[in-house]
Design a protein around this ligand. Structure first.
Ligand SMILES: [Zn+2]
Length: 113
């Protein structure tokens, strides 16, 4: 389950931020997960709770925003939205797509005290 490692990375980011901005508690962590990132939101919630225990983020709520997958279609020369990799272009049916977005996962926002 690579979600565990991802959650550890998130906790590191939060700890780094808490040193920079001197907050004592995190209430909400807002995460952006790309539709093509192979990260399962449910698994993230489960792992986050486990990893956050006894850290500054203990008990924090994890909010997940899923961002759509994006690709550049070489056949129609425009950007299109895709739900998964290796999917044809929704506008012309071509498979000549280059993924341009939706593969990332990042911390968008922290609500802190
Ligand atoms: Zn196309």
């Amino acid at each position: 389950m690579h979600e565990m490692a991802l959650c550890e990375g998130i906790i590191e980011i939060i700890q780094e931020e808490s040193r920079k901005h001197a907050f004592a508690r995190v209430n909400v962590v807002c995460l952006e997960i790309g539709a093509l990132s192979h990260v399962a939101p449910e698994a993230m919630k489960f792992c986050f709770e486990a990893v956050a225990a006894r850290t500054i983020a203990q008990g924090a709520r994890l909010e997940i925003v899923e961002t759509p997958g994006a690709a550049w279609c070489m056949a129609c020369s425009k950007g299109v939205e895709i739900k998964q990799r290796y999917e044809p272009c929704p506008s012309c049916g071509s498979y000549q797509l280059q993924v341009t977005g939706g593969e990332e996962m990042r911390v968008r926002e922290l609500e802190v005290d």
